[in-house]
Design a protein around this ligand. Structure first.
Ligand code: IPM
Ligand code: MG
Length: 368
């Protein structure tokens, strides 16, 4: 009997539709070999949703996401919708909205080095030895969702600073939000090398001091896992100094946003970093990179972060471990065989092995 799996596809903007096509191709190939029928439902999110409906997250999209077994999102945003006018809708509101609405508080971003790509990293090969980390980023709290606003700067005017404008964002965390993300991190560490770095700015921020307290309370239930507190500025430095020290990093939303982009460079390209966003309901999978509007439509985008996100989806949401391993293996072998999109190519790459988005997808399918 064929099993039917419903996937909500959110191709979004920029290179999103191109890499989504490769994900669909790969999933169909996996399904054919394993008697699984993927029922793909495409919905609008981001800039394209603004253009077609006026809203970056139309209600229909949310309904499709809730009804699916998993959501696969490519990328959103682009210069077309960039604005600082608070009255205008922005694509990012769609992304933040769907994370919040689906309750996706845990964002897992694995940083894994593919041996053949060591040359594409900006770090020396010796620094990359043994690098295998998982960034666990809190995704529905902190500065991204705290109280914010703008107002006329009455005080500034009174003190001779001029009647300037004033804006604020609030870094706000509740105990339960810290507790559940800490548990996610400790649980993940148990299946890895049993080490958690909890990253904060407790020497300055009150929210970080609560973060640290709660993480230590949760740690009592995980005596088998080593816990290390690290200040975020130090982590930023350690990531490029000695990245192999990290197993699991757990941190608040914005620190995680910044550190994960930094960590992606260890792999050689942001085009290699997948992510899974998990909560209590439908999970969402998306590459960590953006919509790359500068190369949209050129057929040169790297689909591998998207395919690695598919790999995570097969494992975490669909219970298809063996298919997930097969995909991971197919991607590794494609790279072993020397194929590169231009973002992961280096001066040693044979021009004949420089491929575009569609070819990269085909090469992976051929190795499944
Ligand atoms: C990410 C992105 C998003 C974020 C943007 C597009 C809103 O940078 O997923 O890391 O900041 O979370
Ligand atoms: Mg980011």
């Amino acid at each position: 009997m064929t099993r039917s799996v419903r996937i909500c596809l959110l191709p979004g903007d920029g290179i999103g539709p191109e890499i989504t096509r490769e994900a669909v191709k790969v999933l169909r190939a996996i399904g054919e070999r394993r008697g699984v029928e993927f029922d793909f439902r495409e919905a609008l999110l981001g800039g394209v949703a603004i253009d077609e409906t006026g809203s970056p997250l139309p209600p229909k999209t949310l309904a499709e996401a809730h009804a699916a077994d998993a959501v696969l999102l490519a990328a959103i945003g682009g210069p077309k919708w960039d604005t600082t006018d608070p009255a205008k809708p922005r694509p990012e509101q769609g992304l933040l909205g769907i994370r919040k609405e689906l309750g996706l508080y845990a964002n897992l971003r694995p940083v894994r080095i593919f041996a053949p790509l060591v040359g594409a990293s900006s770090l020396k090969p010796e620094a990359l030895e043994g690098v295998d980390m998982l960034i666990v980023r809190e995704l529905t709290g902190g500065l991204y969702f705290g109280a914010r606003g703008r107002e006329a700067d009455a005080l500034g005017a009174a003190t001779g600073g001029g009647a300037g404008r004033r804006a604020y964002d609030t870094l706000d965390y509740r105990e339960y939000e810290i507790e559940r993300i800490a548990r996610t991190a400790f649980e993940a560490a148990r299946g890895r090398r049993s080490k958690v770095h909890s990253v904060d700015k407790a020497n300055v921020l009150e929210s970080s001091r609560l973060w640290r307290e709660v993480v230590h309370e949760v740690a009592r239930d995980y005596a088998d896992v080593e816990l290390i507190d690290q200040l975020v500025d130090n982590t930023a430095m350690q990531l490029v100094r000695r990245p192999a020290q990290f197993d699991v990093i757990v941190t608040e939303n914005m620190f995680g946003d910044i550190l994960s982009d930094e960590a992606s460079m260890l792999t050689g390209s942001l085009g290699m970093l997948a992510s899974a966003s998990l909560g209590d309901g439908t999970a969402l999978y998306e590459p960590s990179h953006g919509s790359a509007p500068d190369i949209a439509g050129l057929g040169v985008a790297n689909p591998l972060a998207m395919l690695l996100s598919v790999e995570m989806m097969l494992r975490h949401s669909l219970g298809m471990q063996e298919a997930s391993d097969a995909l991971s293996d197919a991607i590794a072998r494609t790279l072993d065989d020397g194929y590169r999109t231009r973002d992961i190519a280096d001066e040693n790459t044979d021009a004949a092995l420089l491929v575009g988005t569609v070819e990269m997808g085909d090469l992976v399918v051929a190795r499944l």
